[in-house]
Ligand binder design. Sequence first.
Ligand code: GDP
Ligand code: CA
Length: 351
Amino acid sequence: MYGRATPEANSARRLGPSAAPGGTIRGSRLGEDRRVKVAALAGGVGAGKFLRGLVQVVPGEDVTAIVNTGDDIAVHELHVAPDVDSVTYWLAGVADRDRGWGREGETFRATEELRVMEAEGAWFGLGDLDLATHLFRTTRLAAGEPLSVATDDLRRRFGVAARILPMSDDPVTTRVDAVDDNGAMLDLHFQEYWVLRGARDEVKAVRYMGAERAAPAPGVLDAIEGADAILICPSNPVASIGPILAVPGIRDAVVARRSRVAGVSPIVGGAPLRGMADRLLPAVGVEVSAAGVAGHYAGLLGGWAIDEVDRELAPRIEAMGIRVGVTDTIMSSDEAAGSVARAALDLALAG
Ligand code: GDP
Ligand code: CA
């Protein structure tokens, strides 16, 4: 059930209840066959894979994904929401599994043409199918609809049962203060740092611009307060989870539920599986390890699932007052993601 996990080993705890067919959790403290409601803090690709696993363990309609919008960007006057779209596409089963982001079977003819035109913003590749999503969303926003309503409509049109909420309807932008090769200071949009400049600059600080004036999107705090389990997806702690927690009210709501909060480490064997977390974590003073990230989240974590290769870090994490689960956390298939989701859910429900 738990991959190659050997829960009897040293300090790693045994992962408890298991899910019955049909998605109910049996044998947990919640009582037989009670359905559990889950709220999950989510970034993009790591979250998308994880949530695809989670909806095998609990019915999709009992899952609320609270998704980062800090790396949203206006491209060709279109509102692009990369993490919301990744989560939607993964849950809908239309994500490109190899590329990670965007849609399966995608073409990039419009972007290629825009590059020929040397259009501003053409550095940000938008697929032709993906463009339909951005056109749809931008039109709805221009008509005065909040992002959360447009997002909900989109996920229904994609046949996704899980609720997908942007963290906020208000603009929050992740900015990266960096220094280039020549020592010049740069103030970059997260996507300029990552996509345009390929993460080549030395990161000095990360800011969530606008967060202090943002309000959680309708339903976000209720989902956290009403959940039986709150999960932190294996997403980038600085670029994806950080902005969500920076929206006033969200961190406090999670902290208040701490015993029922569990996360999955996005860092395996001292490195991210993909992305630039190894560049961003040091900039916020966090060690690039499963224990470092656990420490970064310490005030809000009840449980933390780490990979087997990091087993020796378990005592360090437990010393922070966090329950540790050791399992294979590599989500190479939906089945593997299901095991990871079950491990995280069990850790949360054990609180
Ligand atoms: P992004 O917005 O698309 O960059 O996505 P996220 O913030 O959700 O995810 C990036 C993080 O997900 C990286 O730190 C990866 O290490 C992590 N990640 C991706 N795939 C996996 C996986 O299979 N297992 C685990 N444990 N982490 C993963
Ligand atoms: Ca992202």
